[in-house]
Design a protein around this ligand. Structure first.
Ligand code: FE
Length: 370
């Protein structure tokens, strides 16, 4: 009961804090859409109900995708375990976990980006997940070596091109996009995006700082316009004739294929997806994952939730609804993704995305990537 009261209090506090912070933005760590800074899924008056059910699990999440809520609901239906969600940007959640320490109500920290997951581990905010089910569901390379965080899905940062004006044979690597061949034809969002920061961080890890800086300079030189909008806006700009090729996350392409906006479905029809660096260093991927919070009070439920989220059923749902790649190799891909075919990902430690993030941001500033 005391725990419930604490949680209820935490929710009220969360609502107040999130309300107060709603205009603040963390320029260094932005995703495509602003985090929905809304109250947690369950309100405080629901908190007493879980004695009748399978208890609860409390999630701090920086993911902003509708499919997550669907999966949490399915989990509750199956297990009776109530899922409480607080959504904010990852750096805010990490600060909050640090501040709350032992008193945190959080059981799981969920976010996009391997660098952030690794930094939560480095900050000593997580603990090892012990579950044979999870080890079976998720290949070792998509989990933290100590199982302090577990991958839930991946996405590739691909080249998207105009089917009218570009032949896939003309495309090859990220490095090629930085050559004169693509002068005034390239589209990419701003350097505020963590998606771009992690891409550049991966290139620093592979090629070293000097080459990575040269690449970033080449990208800036080739831009068809100053960076604006999110990933999908780059695809829209291709179809509007602003540029011919764009760098964007694979799942946004899939989402456009089933968009409620007829215009976006038209855009989808006119663009192709290309996985770069297949003959060289592989296509850049990033990962979403769940870390088990060090001071979790509902550890068993939290592990059960990760087991569910990595099951074939949940993994197929993530791909079907959000077009992310499953971490569970048994999960089948929706047709749109199956048509893209298989690809070789970069062999870079996800931890390096965090390690080289400050350098990536510095280089972007130096070359004038807005
Ligand atoms: Fe996104």
């Amino acid at each position: 009961m005391k725990k419930n009261l604490l949680w209820a209090f935490a929710l009220l506090l969360a609502a107040a804090v999130l309300g107060a912070c709603s205009s603040s933005s963390d320029k260094g760590k932005q995703t495509d859409e602003p985090a929905k800074e809304e109250a947690p899924a369950g309100d405080a008056t629901d908190a007493n109900k879980d004695e009748k059910t399978g208890g609860e699990v409390n999630i701090y999440t920086a993911r902003h995708y509708d499919v997550d809520a669907i999966l949490y609901e399915d989990f509750t239906e199956k297990t009776g375990i109530k899922v409480n969600v607080i959504e904010a940007k990852a750096p805010e959640l990490i600060e909050r976990l640090k501040r709350e320490g032992k008193n945190t109500p959080a059981d799981l920290f969920v976010t996009v980006d391997g660098g952030i997951l690794h930094s939560a581990k480095e900050e000593d905010l997580l603990q090892a997940v012990e579950s044979e089910v999870i080890e079976e569901n998720v290949p070792a390379e998509l989990r933290d070596p100590d199982n302090q965080w577990i991958g839930l899905s991946t996405r590739a940062r691909v080249i998207v091109y105009s089917k009218d004006r570009v032949k896939p044979e003309e495309l090859s690597t990220y490095e090629d996009l930085a050559t004169d061949k693509w002068k005034d034809k390239l589209l990419v969002r701003s350097s505020d995006s963590l998606y771009n920061q992690s891409l550049l961080a991966s290139l620093i890890a592979i090629d070293g700082e000097d080459k990575a800086k040269e690449w970033a300079q080449g990208i800036v030189n080739n831009l068809a316009r100053e960076p604006e909008g999110g990933d999908r806006d780059q695809a829209r700009a291709i179809v509007a004739g602003v540029g011919d090729v764009a760098i964007m996350n694979s799942y946004y392409v899939g989402r456009m294929s089933v968009s409620d906006e007829a215009e976006d479905v038209k855009v989808f029809d006119q663009i192709g997806v290309f996985f770069p660096n297949q003959e060289t260093t592989g296509t850049h991927i990033n990962i979403s994952g769940a870390g088990l919070v060090k001071h979790s009070k509902n550890k068993e439920n939290a592990v059960k939730l990760i087991e569910y989220l990595t099951s074939v059923e949940a993994q197929e749902e993530v791909s079907k609804e959000n077009f992310e790649f499953p971490v569970n190799e048994e999960a089948k891909l929706p047709e749109v993704m199956a048509e893209w075919g298989t690809f070789t990902p970069q062999k870079v430690e996800f931890a390096d995305y965090g390690k080289y993030n400050p350098k990536a941001v510095e280089l972007m500033n130096e070359v004038g990537w807005k």
